[in-house]
Design a protein around this ligand. Structure first.
Ligand SMILES: Nc1nc2c(ncn2[C@@H]2O[C@H](COP(=O)(O)OP(=O)(O)OP(=O)(O)O)[C@@H](O)[C@H]2O)c(=O)[nH]1
Ligand SMILES: [Mg+2]
Length: 262
């Protein structure tokens, strides 16, 4: 899987497909970006600053694009990291701002403002998004150990973003992180992830509450305390990433070669 992704060629002439990560505070968005980089670098990296302990406030404040390197070459996908969202609009990123990110209207490096949404005249607002570099996959990141405790309001916010993505025909994937925190058996042996009833239950909650098909929900464990990379961790990350990159590539292809309408 690693080799296939390293050698993966986009079907268009573009260098990268853009993947947008959204989810609650402390879900593991930044950690996933680092984990993907770790897989390809074969060592621990920390390009996307992740929180050491999940606290009440979002650790990521800026809209930032991250490349993944294999050796010295960049892989053909980029991740856009965002601030986490919370039940109360003023406690995290505003849903409207995430929808603007989906529509490529947020400037690189923009510091999200929980108090007010980006508006037309803000310097962080992109008036004419580059149509040649659209967001090609929306990735929801949810923590397996907290899904049950997530409020209806947070799911409603995520559903609003999903609805917009569906309108734009952007494919959607859900990463269920922190599976080791949700099931003791999985914490001891990550291979048990697909037979764990607890993990399956969390995947179903996500499926029911957000409407994402089960085949697009991927359990993963991010690198968060390890010193070296491990095959069991890599495999889950690569499985999810392969699907994300393929879906993003398909979307990119569609956006560049629309079926002619009569
Ligand atoms: N055990 C375990 N911990 C994880 C996993 N993924 C993330 N974490 C931990 O969860 C915490 C939050 O991770 P982040 O990557 O900073 O989360 P985030 O979604 O970027 O959060 P914000 O930027 O605050 O919105 C950190 O303490 C991570 O070490 C995982 O798969 N397993
Ligand atoms: Mg973060």
């Amino acid at each position: 899987m690693k080799k296939a992704l390293t050698e993966f060629k986009l079907s268009s002439s573009s260098k990268f497909v853009k993947i947008l990560l959204v989810g609650p505070i402390g879900a593991g968005k930044s950690n996933f970006i680092n984990s993907v980089n770790n897989v390809f670098q074969g060592r621990m990296t920390c390009a996307a600053f992740a929180n050491a302990e999940s606290s009440g406030a979002s650790f990521t404040l800026k809209y930032k694009t991250h490349y993944t390197k294999s050796g010295h070459s960049k892989l053909p996908f980029v991740f856009s990291d965002t601030m986490g969202l919370e039940e109360a609009e003023s406690d995290g990123v505003r849903t409207d701002d995430l929808i603007k990110a989906l529509q490529d209207q947020v400037k690189e490096g923009y510091t999200f403002n929980p108090v007010s949404s980006l508006s037309l005249n803000d310097p962080g607002f992109v008036n004419n998004p580059d149509r040649s570099k659209p967001t090609c996959c929306l990735v929801f990141v949810l923590p397996a150990d907290k899904v049950k405790l997530m409020s209806f309001k947070v799911f409603e916010k995520l559903k609003r973003i999903r609805k917009e993505a569906t309108k734009m025909e952007v494919p959607q994937v859900l990463l269920l992180t922190r599976v080791d925190k949700a099931c003791q058996l999985v914490a001891k042996d990550l291979k048990k992830v697909y037979t764990s009833k607890k993990v399956k239950e969390q995947m179903e909650i996500c499926h029911i509450n957000l409407g994402i098909p089960m085949v697009h929900i991927f359990p993963v464990k991010n690198y968060h305390e390890e010193i070296d990379t491990q095959n069991d961790i890599d495999v889950l990350i690569l499985k999810a990433l392969t699907q994300i990159v393929h879906l993003a590539n398909d979307k990119f292809d569609d956006a560049n070669h629309p079926v002619d309408t009569l």
